[in-house]
Ligand binder design. Structure first.
Ligand code: C2O
Ligand code: CU
Ligand code: CU
Length: 456
């Protein structure tokens, strides 16, 4: 849906059936379609009216992940739409071009809802991609790719039945869907192609790599363009994160985008919990990587961009003021007390700073306009932290300068051990519609690894 002229769009959540495997319908949900939702294009500097209609039998909150907008438009768990209801937030798009997304964010049920298909992509555009020399022909040399791993039963139906291990590690599938398609392939022109990669999985961390080891030029992270492209052979992408890369297909040779396994380091409890199930099709011939998407260069598609631009965004990198204060977050897998795992067995709650999420408790109060330094630590396994309502920069990762994937503007970051980040809190959020910060492993979020904050 292109809103750049109309300034409005409508998405309707409904239940339906999708044949991932032809002839075998799976029960799914989506926006305007049976699985996932439309790609919505919005232009920076404009106001867009969203109409979100809930035709499901349960309440549904829809969050704009990556939009820097006030709390009362954010679509967090306090803004659930009743069955049959409509929500019409006005979205002031006042941030640089970026690939963002929207997804279900209902209290306690985000994981099953997103898994069932309630997610979609939003592209913030600024009309300057031609000038920059970046591919921007949607669906031709500018591809939106939602990566999701899913589990299927013996008859080929998509299933979500998390066991205890899945609650601990997050629910992993063994088959890949790209934009809802099993065993997908993409025809691309014999030119430089832009891939907008969205990790829409509940829990899986990808280590993306091409089977022929061709390089990718990273041009954008979660919240916008980098100053210049960064060459990578491998791209790590955790749940909730996005990356835009340029890939050169001008040789005409096909290539397979694959994922190497993300291997947990460390022992103890983590070793006991084990690594998540691997993706099917991983082969020794491909360095143990599993195939995700086959690219077939086609001579009959228009080859427009043939060189990688040297400069993407010549705006001077925005400097953040020195932080006014610092905070510490510990992403905890075991929260004590009678409901906690230590007290009540393995089905217990997770939390942040020792407390499971509560709709009733405001965890942080932040002065509007201030810059803060947050130190975030993961316990037992890596957790991708997402913060609503801001863009941030990574200062350090595990005591080192940030890895290449994390040098740009971010709204989600994989915290393997410890991450320090700087964020400027420009948008207001009141106590009745606070912003969230949480683990983007959705089973962890639902188990309580989330907190909320006001900005005033
Ligand atoms: Cu993408 Cu609070 O979520
Ligand atoms: Cu968000
Ligand atoms: Cu987590």
């Amino acid at each position: 849906i292109d809103t750049t002229t109309a300034g409005a769009f409508t998405i309707t959540a409904r239940a339906g059936q999708t044949e991932f495997l032809s002839g075998v319908p799976s029960a799914t949900q989506g926006f305007n379609q049976t699985y996932l939702g439309p790609v919505v294009k919005v232009r920076t500097g404009t106001t867009v009216t969203a109409t979100v209609i809930n035709e499901l039998n349960d309440s549904l909150a829809v969050h704009w992940h990556g939009l820097v907008i006030p709390g009362d438009r954010d679509g967090g768990p306090h803004q659930a739409i009743k069955p049959g209801g409509t929500w019409k937030p006005r979205l002031d798009i006042d941030q640089p071009a970026a690939t963002v997304w929207y997804h279900a964010h209902t209290h306690d049920t985000t994981a099953p809802l997103v898994y069932s298909g309630l997610a979609g992509v939003m592209l913030i555009v600024d009309g300057k991609d031609n000038e920059r020399g970046l591919p921007s022909d949607y669906g031709i040399d500018d591809l939106v790719l939602v990566l999701q791993d899913r589990r299927f039963d013996a008859s080929g139906r998509m299933v979500y039945r998390p066991g205890m291990m899945d609650r601990m590690a997050g629910f992993h599938g063994d088959r890949m869907l790209v934009n809802g398609a099993l065993d997908p392939s993409a025809a691309v022109p014999r030119s430089v192609v832009r891939l907008r990669l969205i990790n829409g999985s509940n829990a899986r961390i990808y280590n993306l790599v091409f089977d022929d080891r061709r390089t990718m030029q990273l041009i954008a992270t979660d919240s916008g363009l980098l100053p210049r492209p960064v060459e990578l052979e491998r791209l790590r992408l955790a749940p909730g994160e996005r990356a835009e890369v340029l890939v050169d297909f001008s040789s005409g040779k096909p290539a397979m985008l694959s994922s190497e396994e993300y291997v947990l380091s460390g022992g103890g409890m983590m070793a006991m919990m084990g690594n998540p199930p691997s993706l099917s099709g991983a082969s020794a011939g491909n360095n143990g990587a599993a195939p995700i998407l086959a690219f077939e260069p086609a001579a009959d598609l228009p080859a427009k961009v043939t060189t990688i631009p040297a400069v993407l965004d010549d705006n001077p990198v925005q400097q953040l003021a020195p932080p006014a204060r610092s905070r510490f977050l510990s992403m905890d897998m075991m929260v004590g007390g009678p409901g906690g795992m230590m007290g009540g067995g393995m089905m217990g709650q997770m939390g942040i700073n020792g407390q499971p999420f509560s709709m009733e408790r405001i965890d942080q109060r932040i002065a509007r306009g201030s810059v803060e330094m947050w130190t975030v630590r993961s316990t037992m396994r890596p957790h991708p932290l997402h913060i609503h309502g801001v863009r941030f920069r990574i200062v350090s990762e595990n005591g080192q300068p940030p890895r290449m994937e994390n040098v740009g503007w971010k709204d989600t970051v994989l915290v393997e051990d410890e991450v320090e980040l700087l964020a400027e809190f420009t948008r207001p959020a009141a106590a009745d519609t606070p912003f969230m910060y949480h683990c983007h492993i959705l089973e962890h979020e639902d188990a309580g690894m989330m907190g909320q904050f006001v900005v005033a």
